[in-house]
Ligand binder design. Structure first.
Ligand code: SAM
Length: 327
């Protein structure tokens, strides 16, 4: 097993699609915010809610000592969540060089950072690369098998072509042990398509986000025979401005089955909040994160527009078929 030092960049520009580069450049260019800037963000409560959702998923499925694969790990915003779950090993990969650099800084302890915290208790390997293009089973042959794989707010970037969507699932499937868990959060295609059909034109949104489909979708119909490459532009205030792709959930589920996954559950974020806020430990977690209201409504401290933006996402849990080894 490796540590975070000395890993090169295995991103090959000639094999990387232009859009993947656009996505990578977008995320790479996003600089770290100060605590003050973060708290002043128009979507601060949405960010807190999304952190709560990721924490709940991790607490539900991570076990002490687990080997974790974090696909599209970004700046390493989930490192602390994994540390709390007392994992044993972490591999994070992201296509954005700038984000991986920030992630390394965070893992190694940032001297300038306000929060001086103890070092993470698990060894980590942090890599820059395109998770939906590269054969990760080859790159991570020495690190596998993993107990759990997480892909948060990023799997939809694999849905630009069938080959990439398949590569994403094949990578995760090849690297997880039998019975291993794949958790993730991504846009909820059903909600997006419903909102598109209700909209007057091809653009809809509110004060914190907008989504725009190209003219080619002016009839608002999508061919069942071609569920890949359905592109839209997504703008989330203070966060994202990117080409993204629809992930029709039923296609995702059946493709995942081809790669030996069975669905444990899939829930829209609104439903997720409603369900897990019934558990006192997660209510307490929400309170600590600062996204809890008076307890009378799921929306908590989110503005109505943030709550509406939260509705655009769903979380999923898949389990790799087979029985774990007995030891
Ligand atoms: N998972 C992190 C989190 O929850 O904080 C980051 C989420 S951010 C919305 C999406 C991330 O996906 C970005 O860091 C971006 O660089 C990464 N990404 C997009 N396409 C990717 C690809 N093909 N391979 C690896 N990472 C990718």
């Amino acid at each position: 097993r490796h540590n975070s030092e000395g890993d090169g960049n295995f991103l090959e520009d000639e094999t990387t699609k232009n859009f993947a580069r656009k996505v990578a450049d977008h995320y790479s260019a996003r600089s770290n915010q100060t605590l003050e800037e973060r708290e002043a963000s128009p979507i601060i409560h949405l960010k807190k809610l999304n952190n709560w959702i990721k924490s709940v998923l991790i607490q539900l499925y991570a076990r002490r000592g687990d080997a974790v694969l974090d696909l599209a790990c970004g700046k390493g915003g989930d490192l602390i969540k994994w540390d709390k779950a007392k994992i044993g090993y972490y591999v994070g990969i992201d296509i954005a060089e700038g984000s991986i650099k920030d992630c390394r800084t965070r893992y190694n302890g940032d001297a300038d950072h306000h929060q001086r915290r103890k070092k993470f208790s698990f060894p980590a390997r942090l890599l820059c690369g395109d998770c939906y293009e590269v054969r990760l089973d080859k790159v991570l042959a020495d690190d596998a098998p993993f107990d759990i794989c997480s892909c948060q707010f990023a799997l939809h970037y694999s849905w630009s072509t069938e080959a990439r969507a398949r590569r994403a699932l094949a990578n995760v499937s090849a690297l997880l042990r039998p019975g291993g868990i794949f958790i993730g959060t991504m846009p909820d295609a059903n909600v997006i398509i419903k909102k598109l059909r209700e909209a007057e034109g091809l653009t809809f949104g509110n004060s914190v986000y907008w989504i725009r489909f190209d003219e080619e979708y002016s009839d608002k119909k999508f061919k069942a025979s071609d569920p890949f490459g359905i592109k839209y532009t997504f703008h989330l205030e203070d966060a994202v401005d990117c080409p993204e792709w629809i992930v029709p959930f039923h296609v995702f589920k059946s493709l995942a089955e081809e790669y030996d996954f069975e669905l444990v559950f899939a829930k829209n974020s609104h439903e997720f909040v409603h369900e897990y806020m019934k558990r006192p430990e997660y209510v307490e977690l929400m309170r600590r994160l600062g996204a809890l209201g008076d307890g009378n409504q799921d929306q908590g401290t989110l503005s109505a527009d943030e709550w509406d933006a939260a509705y655009m996402y769903m979380s999923f849990v898949l389990r790799k078929r087979g029985q774990p080894d007995k030891n």
